[in-house]
Ligand binder design. Structure first.
Ligand code: NAD
Length: 362
């Protein structure tokens, strides 16, 4: 099969890590008989340098026309880069917010997986880690508190600030459907996280999630209050498969879940809309401190490319082969500097990409 991939390499380590992800995708193409066509697009600082703005309408149109977007990372050193002397709406990050909005990416999927070989990077105790953990956080990305009406004004001689947390039935239903679909590709369990003991929006959330669950009798649904979920993530992370939650709860819980894995260079993510289209990028930033030195860990980006194969192209076997190759490389002792421990083989960005590509097999 043939696929059109829009590629936003971005800034800092972006071009280095995306190059390795493309290397792995091309190897998947050779082994499984697919062709990936790439179109390089500018966003963030790289776009500011050429066009004066972080994202042009032409770039948005090209991204929309592709089957999926593979991204590195955007942004520079926020204290020294001239990009941060610009007004906020012309800075690199404004491009990211705009593209998410333009592409209607309402569902953010972030896996948190603990590799047996990287157990010592996990801040949790051995007996809590147990057999390890493998979950995804499914966060609603375009509604809730961050997008509701807000105001600050004086009332009765005192400043008062208001933020509103609004969710419609439709916004909840579409992300719940996504979560149940993803659970079906995994271990068939959804934990829906809310604050239904207090919030009306959470009570509606729970009702709609239950309606959706009725169409997925093979997927187990449980509800959990957000405060309990924050505790359970560090007490018994192995219990989770798919965590489904609204925007702000997801913002906090996804960072907590990634921290318990202990290795930022390993964490992939996907932002999806109602179609099969998605934008795939590592969870980390552009790491300007190590850019251009062959030091960056490309695995988060390579695993993001695997998510693209699975969720946008429905190529599960191919995605499995990438994830298996990453596991094998770790088992064989290869490590970039960020995940290195004594006795392992230290490699740079390029060699890590080579080692993973070499292990892609049917
Ligand atoms: P960062 O994630 O870029 O870096 C934090 C630390 O982790 C640094 O020490 C860095 O060297 C290290 N690190 C990150 N990724 C790594 C990798 N793949 N391999 C090895 N080490 C890695 O976060 P930051 O320093 O706060 O931000 C730098 C820039 O990235 C800023 O401009 C920020 O706005 C931007 N940013 C972009 C995105 C995005 O594009 N989605 C997300 C977060 C931050």
């Amino acid at each position: 099969m043939e696929f059109q991939v829009a590629v936003i390499s971005g800034d800092g380590i972006g071009p280095e890590i995306v190059r390795e992800a493309r290397k792995v995708l091309d190897q998947v193409g050779r082994v499984f008989g697919h062709t990936f066509h790439y179109e390089e697009l500018l966003m963030g600082g790289a776009s500011i340098d050429v066009h004066g703005i972080p994202l042009t309408d032409e770039t948005v149109a090209k991204a929309k026309a592709a089957d999926a977007v593979l991204m590195g990372s955007i942004g520079g050193d926020t204290t020294t880069s001239p990009w941060y002397q610009l007004p906020p709406d012309r800075r690199p990050e404004a491009g990211l917010l705009k593209i998410r909005k333009e592409l209607k990416l309402f569902a953010n999927v972030r896996p948190a997986y603990l590799y047996a070989e990287l157990k010592n990077a996990c801040p949790l105790r051995e007996e809590i880690i147990g057999e390890g953990f493998d979950m995804v956080i499914m966060r609603e990305l375009t509604g809730g508190l961050y997008f509701g009406a807000r105001s600050t004004g004086e009332e009765n001689g005192m400043l008062v600030a208001r933020d509103s947390l609004v969710y419609s039935e439709e916004e909840i239903r579409r992300i719940a459907i996504r979560a149940f679909d993803i659970a079906r590709k995994r271990r068939n369990k959804v934990t829906s996280v809310d604050k239904a003991n207090v919030l009306d929006s959470s009570r509606l959330w729970r009702k709609v999630v239950e309606e959706v669950a009725a169409d997925y009798p093979d997927v187990k649904l449980e509800h959990m209050l957000v405060d309990n979920c924050a505790m359970q993530l560090v007490k018994d992370p192995g219990q989770f498969d798919v965590i489904l939650t609204e925007n702000m709860f997801g913002d906090i819980l996804s960072d907590e879940a990634s921290m318990v894995t202990g290795s930022i260079g390993m964490l992939s993510s996907a932002s999806l809309n109602e179609t099969r289209f998605g934008l795939y990028e590592p969870s980390h930033g552009s790491a300007p401190d190590i850019a251009g030195q062959d030091l960056a860990n490309p695995i988060a980006t390579i695993l993001s490319a695997a998510m693209m194969l699975r969720y946008s192209f429905d190529l599960d076997k191919e995605a499995d082969s990438v994830e298996a190759a990453v596991k094998q490389v770790l088992a064989d002792g290869y490590r970039t500097g960020d995940i290195y421990s004594e006795g392992c083989i230290k490699v740079g960005t390029v060699q890590m990409g080579d080692e993973i590509a070499r292990r892609i097999c049917r």
